[in-house]
Design a protein around this ligand. Structure first.
Ligand code: M6R
Length: 610
């Protein structure tokens, strides 16, 4: 949720920290701050409520400089967004930034208060600063003080600590919240996401759960939870340095919507042969595992859950039982696990707390035969902790509203369905060849749909003064209606609800009037006639329909109905294709309403807390 950057160098690190924060701002953006120590051991600390540019402006007026520093952009959990709750938090010479939640912070706060510590914020993080300060008194090194501190913490943390008296290094700890160390030449860095550090390095080492590390200009030493010195693999990032830039687009979201043809082409790249999905792209032993699989359990949150809902239809159409569940529900109930079930997490970030906790539960306590992560971030916790991983290759997604991550998840899931279907002989060779041919066409089809931007912009004007809206679909288009509603509410703040269209007369029809726009995803498929009846139910009650359809569906615009006609596509690809106009609609409505499209209120990109 929040973003962390830290650096140790022979030069002033403040510009590295600010650039890193800007690149992480999508993760949390209600306040930001940094602390920097110069060679004389003078610590400068600056915190501001609001976005990183507020901090940057403040730095312009009151520069702080030094070779060791930490910085943070916050998404409030404990304590309102305010300057006093912004990170870094300090305890005398110690300064700390932290992502995650310290669950036993109240108990620790009381103990520390009894020891005479005075708290200056309402945050859980401040206990880390005081605890490190307290432990430092009886430790020979700052690292030892951090090690003694973390064993007292319950909850999740990615934390970086500096000490004014030891200006040449920083110490870090990870448990439940990711941290990655960046390797430079004669300088080193740490961040919660490699994106923050791409301007200064492409070489990264991810910390594992329970690791602590000491970082100086000349060396990085990582210790595991047992205190043993460890060296994890140092990887070369293939993320584009420009990944964090908007280019000529007004918003990241728009850029990411328009990147979908390329993102999907990347997802497919090297994973399709002439007429097959290359099963091995899921892992060297995927063929053997998939042949044994008898059921699928999909787990995800938000947009990724909607992708899972589409995939359930695809799996079950092929006769493969599939359950899909929201991670925050799954992890707290006794779920039935069918024999030989494959556990699949779907996540853009690979760090979503509930999805990750479900994965750990599946591995440690439930009888799944294997775990697979469909994910966009290489090196993320889910990727590292799953038996198999399939990268969606959407590229960095900065806009909080998920767009290209969703469509590439769908493409990945469709490939998974095909791979398992073939391994289990549930899909004929010729049907596989047809799907593969359609997948190859997909980037071009999406390009065509993007041409409809202007027509969709016109529609969006009707929504700007509305407070509520309904989204309808049936079959695989019902989750697409869910995704459309999620996008609209998330960035335009218009209340949007999705219904399986057949449910309309069981309650929501009572809401219909001229102030309730009803968006319908209506490609020509075997459910179209049923859907048309549902649309008539809306029209008969004075509702206004906004229908996304194709020429074969023969839906004509008229009184109470506006129609956007898209390219004809197969039933299988329709969920992917029909997502795009709904993304554009939400974007345009948000633009008219003047909301913060890329960083909508109260939200953050990566939800690493429960
Ligand atoms: O990183 P994840 O895919 O696990 O994130 C799950 C949700 O938080 C995410 O999909 C969220 O719903 C989207 N940002 C909505 O656009």
């Amino acid at each position: 949720m929040c973003g962390i950057v830290g650096a140790v160098a022979q030069r002033d690190v403040a510009p590295i920290l600010v650039e890193g924060l800007k690149r992480l701002e999508y993760r949390g953006y209600d306040s930001a701050g940094l602390a920097v120590i110069d060679r004389q051991g003078v610590m400068g600390c600056l915190r501001r409520i609001g976005k990183v540019r507020e901090l940057e402006d403040a730095l312009g007026e009151k520069p702080v400089q030094g070779g060791t520093g930490i910085a943070h952009t916050r998404w409030a959990t404990h304590g309102e967004p305010s300057e006093r709750n912004a990170h870094p938090h300090t305890s005398d010479d110690i300064s700390v930034v932290h992502n995650g939640i310290i669950e036993n912070h109240e108990e620790l706060r009381e103990q520390l208060q009894d020891l005479g510590y005075i708290f200056a914020s309402d945050t859980d993080t401040e206990v880390i600063a005081h605890l490190v300060h307290h432990e430092r008194k009886t430790s020979t090194t700052l690292l030892e003080a951090l090690q003694k501190t973390v064993v007292q913490l319950t909850g999740a943390y990615g934390t970086v600590v500096i000490d004014r008296r030891e200006p040449d290094h920083m110490v870090v700890a990870r448990s439940g919240s990711p941290l990655v160390i960046g390797y430079g030449i004669g300088e080193h860095y740490v961040a919660s996401d490699q994106l923050a550090l791409l301007p200064v390095t492409r070489r990264f080492q991810y910390l594992e759960e329970g690791d602590v590390a000491e970082i100086t200009c000349g060396k990085v030493e990582v210790y595991d939870r047992n205190g043993a010195l460890v060296q994890h693999e140092i990887i070369d990032s293939d993320l584009d340095h420009e990944a964090g830039d908007k280019g000529s687009y007004r918003h990241y979201m728009l850029k990411e919507i328009f990147e979908q043809p390329e993102a999907i082409a990347n997802t497919l790249e090297g994973r399709l042969t002439e007429a097959h999905v290359a099963v091995e792209s899921f892992g060297h032993n995927a063929r053997e595992i998939f042949s044994k699989v008898e059921a699928i359990q999909l787990i995800a949150c938000g947009t990724s859950y909607n992708a899972g809902m589409v995939a359930r239809n695809w799996f079950e159409d092929m006769g493969i039982p599939c359950r899909v569940e929201i991670a925050s529900e799954f992890r707290y109930r006794k779920a039935f696990v069918a024999e030989n079930s494959l556990f699949v997490t779907i996540s853009q970030s690979g760090e979503t707390a509930d999805t990750l906790a479900s994965l750990r539960l599946a591995k440690d306590e439930q009888g799944f035969i294997h775990t697979l992560s469909i994910c966009n971030v290489p090196g993320s916790s889910m990727v590292r902790e799953s038996d198999m991983a399939f990268m969606t290759r959407a590229g960095a997604e900065i806009g909080v509203a998920s767009t290209k991550a969703f469509t590439t998840q769908l493409v990945s899931l469709l490939m998974l369905v095909v791979a398992i279907g073939r391994c289990k002989n549930r899909l004929s060779e010729s049907d596989e060849a047809t799907i593969v041919a359609e997948l190859r066409e997909l980037p071009g089809v999406i390009r065509d749909v993007l041409q409809q931007k202007e027509a969709i912009t016109e529609l969006s004007e009707d929504f700007a003064d509305k407070h509520h809206s309904l989204f309808l679909g049936r079959g695989t288009m019902y989750p697409i209606a869910m995704e459309g509603a999620l996008k609209l509410k998330e960035i335009s703040y218009i209340h949007a609800e999705a219904y399986a269209a057949g449910e309309l007369k069981h309650g929501p029809l009572a809401l219909i009037d001229s102030d309730m726009p009803v968006v319908v995803v209506a490609p020509n498929n075997e459910l179209l006639e049923k859907l048309k009846s549902n649309m008539e139910e809306v029209r008969a009650r004075g509702g206004q329909l906004y229908v996304f359809s194709d020429p074969r569906a023969m839906l004509v615009a008229g009184e109470g109905i506006k129609v956007i006609t898209l390219t004809e596509v197969s039933d299988l690809l329709a969920p992917i294709v029909y997502t795009v106009p709904l993304q554009l609609l939400s974007y345009d409505v948000a633009l008219i309403k003047g909301t913060d499209v890329d960083q909508p209120r109260n939200l953050a990109k990566s939800v690493t807390v429960e």
